[in-house]
Design a protein around this ligand. Structure first.
Ligand SMILES: Cc1cc2nc3c(=O)[nH]c(=O)nc-3n(C[C@H](O)[C@H](O)[C@H](O)COP(=O)(O)OP(=O)(O)OC[C@H]3O[C@@H](n4cnc5c(N)ncnc54)[C@H](O)[C@@H]3O)c2cc1C
Ligand code: FES
Length: 293
């Protein structure tokens, strides 16, 4: 098997966003542990692929003379269900500031401005390397959102998936039942309230010690420190790995340069258009200044 760095470039089968933003109707908002899941009906937009994201702003109580939140906020899509009425989009939200506070408070019938789907999705394991048969998904905190559609897409295509999810503490955890209730997951928490007491990356280290480690691709989303540990573990072991990363995003479509991330080959990528899913072998570090998770 070639090394991770030598492997062929990833394909990029992104779904392209229609121009402009569109107004969607909020159709639900429920608690999910310490987080919330809100839903909106996207009547005219396409179905996104796993790893893509949307720029969101509520129609009321956003910007204007009252100030913050002003710019839209980037959100991974946690689930997407197509029907004859369009696509129902689900988002998992952690209330950490004015934008997420407003989105977490959305009610049925409210308006939500969406732009998307944006960015580069996850690759299928066989696109990363024809010898790779399975997938290991590893999520930290709110980062599990973007892995839920990926798990479904891979399961639909018959790919064996192992899922590892980790949380800081009870307050900063949720969404497992709602988004992964259908399948087996291994859990970790730093405070020990659920699963293995410690970091979720410790569970990954055990999996990567197995003989079959290089027959699976690793897909990760979570806090920068977690992603950096995953990147280092996989790079050291030549395991193919994609990271869904975050950076401060003001526009979401390549215009502001706020989301630049340094590349191993020199220069930078814009995470909103060249990511948010990146090949771990391409980046110098996953410790992106200013990213919240
Ligand atoms: C591609 C992408 C996908 C994302 N997907 C999601 C998602 O699915 N769900 C979600 O809730 N967020 C998601 N985010 C993060 C979200 O866009 C930011 O956290 C956003 O800045 C929050 O806006 P705010 O106005 O609430 O807080 P801000 O005013 O932007 O931040 C307020 C303060 O909180 C800190 N902060 C920001 N985020 C966090 C955090 N998560 N934990 C702790 N402190 C934080 C900031 O550093 C700042 O000090 C995503 C970001 C990106 C780039
Ligand atoms: S968010 Fe503006 S260039 Fe990426």
């Amino acid at each position: 098997m070639p090394s991770a760095a030598d492997s062929k470039p990833r394909s990029d089968a992104r779904v392209v966003a229609p121009p402009g933003r569109r107004l969607c109707e909020v159709t639900g908002n429920r608690a999910a542990g310490g987080y919330r899941i809100f839903s909106a009906q996207d009547a005219t937009g396409p179905e996104p692929r796993a790893g893509q994201f949307y720029m969101l702003a509520s129609a009321e109580g956003w910007g204007g003379h009252s100030g913050r939140p002003y710019l839209p906020r980037a959100f991974a899509v946690a689930e997407a269900q197509a029907s004859d009425k369009g696509v129902r989009l689900d988002f998992l939200v952690d209330d950490v500031g004015p934008g997420t506070e407003r989105l977490a408070a959305l009610r049925d019938g409210d308006g939500l401005w969406v732009t998307g789907p944006l960015g580069r999705p996850f690759s299928h394991p066989r696109e990363l390397d024809p010898d790779i048969a399975g997938a290991i998904l590893i999520g930290g905190g709110i980062g599990l959102a973007t892995l839920a559609i990926l798990r479904r897409e891979l399961a639909d295509r018959g790919v064996p998936v192992r899922t590892l999810l980790g949380f800081r503490d009870r307050e900063h955890s949720g969404g497992v039942e709602e988004l992964f209730g259908c399948c087996e997951v291994r859990l970790a928490s730093e405070d020990g309230h659920v699963g293995h007491r410690g970091y979720v990356t410790e569970l990954l280290t055990v999996l990567l010690e197995g003989d079959s480690a290089r027959s699976a691709a690793v897909y990760a989303c979570g806090p920068p420190a977690m992603l950096e540990t995953v990147r280092a573990l996989c790079t050291e072991r030549d395991v193919r790995c994609e990271l869904a990363m975050e950076a401060p995003m003001a526009c979401g479509f390549g215009a502001c340069m706020g989301c630049a991330v340094p590349l191993v080959s020199g220069g930078y990528m814009r995470l909103c258009t060249d990511g948010p899913v990146v090949d771990a072998a391409e980046i110098e570090t996953a410790l992106v200044p200013g990213s919240g998770h």
